[in-house]
Design a protein around this ligand. Structure first.
Ligand SMILES: Cc1cc2nc3c(=O)[nH]c(=O)nc-3n(C[C@H](O)[C@H](O)[C@H](O)COP(=O)(O)OP(=O)(O)OC[C@H]3O[C@@H](n4cnc5c(N)ncnc54)[C@H](O)[C@@H]3O)c2cc1C
Length: 390
């Protein structure tokens, strides 16, 4: 499978930063990705979705609950476990798998563990961890995203219910999901007027809008959600009214490290493929690797990825120790997706025509890495965050 050359293996970060349980987790993920993801994912790409059966399969293997506490039925593998999970899913070379599954595990349902009541956890979490219920997070709106204070989808209190009206866009798992964690405005403009709701697929007034055809992440289903007088019980609000912004912020460092880990996974796969290619591709009486311009460029990129990955693992270990990880998380989210894109560009370049046609992993990685520099906090927003915190 891609990644076996282990470009960064000599660093041996696993022994420095990971516990035995994380190393076993990586072994299991490598096996599952090679056996169950890589052979099936080309068809998932054609179908434009990771099928429900893949979620239940991962659930059966206990891989959907790694970020959840054991008292709630999860694996409690910590931030390091999540980083290994996202890195290995992305090393599959199918960024859409990491996006769709990662949205389910770490970007949406985790809000239940952080702020859900016992009744809410009982109602939804077992099926989420088993993969029978697929989850999604609905924040972005046509008129607002990076600037969350502008979100406008309204939730009006009506007796023992809320009535939601508005549109969410660019939602991962929009057509696939059974449960949506929806951020809606219950109060005044600004960040304090937002609340978080769990909206079941069967809620009256919930419908899918457009489905988007994207340049990358083909197997991650992305679409609109249209809520028209969508009535949900007050009991489906997650946390107190007005706490939505704070809840989103609580998960941010974790999410940013997960996305940075996806960037590392894609970059490692691209470099592995490129080293393998350059060492064997006949050129001018030798192989491409004989060209100093090629191997120096690759050596530089390996060095920068090694540095970034080391910081990622250090940051994950810090967060697991309870340290404040805000600067690291923003820094890594700013740096690693940009680096992954640079690496993907070089990988296509050194593969020549073979890197441009839609037949191999490098071409796909070059498309799938792109959105990591935009989603979950664009690079510019992350740089602002770093500058604010240092
Ligand atoms: C494939 C895909 C999957 C997605 N999945 C989800 C999902 O599951 N749930 C969800 O809620 N949303 C999702 N989104 C939305 C995604 O989070 C947003 O697209 C992203 O946050 C950027 O927001 P925007 O598109 O509104 O761009 P804008 O906020 O309009 O920003 C556009 C660009 O402006 C620049 N910019 C923005 N702010 C600043 C700043 N402060 N300083 C300097 N430059 C700035 C950046 O370059 C940015 O890329 C998804 C989008 C896509 C395409």
């Amino acid at each position: 499978m891609p990644g076996d050359n282990g470009i960064l293996a000599a660093l041996d970060l696993d022994r420095t930063f990971l516990a035995e349980e994380h190393r076993s987790l990586r072994d299991l993920l490598r096996l599952v990705v090679a056996r169950d993801v890589v052979p099936a994912a080309p068809e998932w790409e054609r179908q434009r979705r990771v099928p429900p059966g893949a979620f239940t399969h991962l659930g059966d293997l206990g891989l959907l609950g790694l970020s959840f506490p054991t008292r709630l039925g999860g694996g409690e593998a910590g931030v390091r476990g999540a980083v290994v999970f996202h890195e290995e899913l992305a090393r599959s070379t199918f960024g859409g798998v990491a996006s769709s599954v990662g949205t389910h595990t770490d970007f949406s349902a985790l809000h239940l563990a952080r702020a859900g009541s016992a009744a809410q956890v009982d109602r939804w979490l077992p099926a989420i961890l088993a993969g029978r219920t697929v989850a999604a997070l609905a924040v972005t709106e046509p008129e607002a995203s990076s600037d969350l204070t502008r979100l406008g989808l309204r939730a009006r209190r009506d007796g023992d219910a809320y009535v939601l009206n508005g549109t969410k866009t660019f939602i991962t798992n929009a057509n696939l999901a059974d449960l949506f964690f929806v951020v809606a405005r219950t109060g005044d403009t600004g960040r304090h007027g937002l609340s978080l709701f769990a909206v079941e697929r069967s809620a009256p007034g919930l419908a899918n809008g457009r489905t988007f055809d994207k340049s990358g992440w083909h197997c991650a289903d992305t679409g609109e959600l249209v809520l028209t007088d969508c009535r949900i019980p007050v009991a489906h609000r997650i946390g107190p009214e007005g706490a939505g912004f704070g809840l989103l912020m609580r998960g941010l460092d974790h999410e940013r490290l997960c996305l940075a880990a996806q960037a590392v996974g894609l970059a490692e796969a691209a470099l592995d493929a490129t080293v393998g290619w350059a060492r064997t591709r006949p050129a001018y009486g030798g192989v491409l690797w004989d060209k100093q311009a090629v191997r120096h460029r690759i050596a530089d990129l390996v060095g920068r990825l090694a540095a970034g990955k080391t910081l990622l693992y250090h940051a994950a270990a810090q967060l697991d120790r309870g340290a404040d990880g805000r600067v690291f998380a923003a820094l890594l989210k700013a740096q690693l997706p940009e680096l992954a894109n640079e690496i993907a560009y070089a990988a296509v370049q050194f593969h020549g025509g073979a890197g441009f046609v839609r037949e191999g992993p490098v071409e796909r990685i070059s498309r799938d890495a792109r959105f990591l520099a935009i989603g979950g906090g664009a690079t510019e927003v992350m740089r602002d965050e770093v500058a604010r915190l240092i």
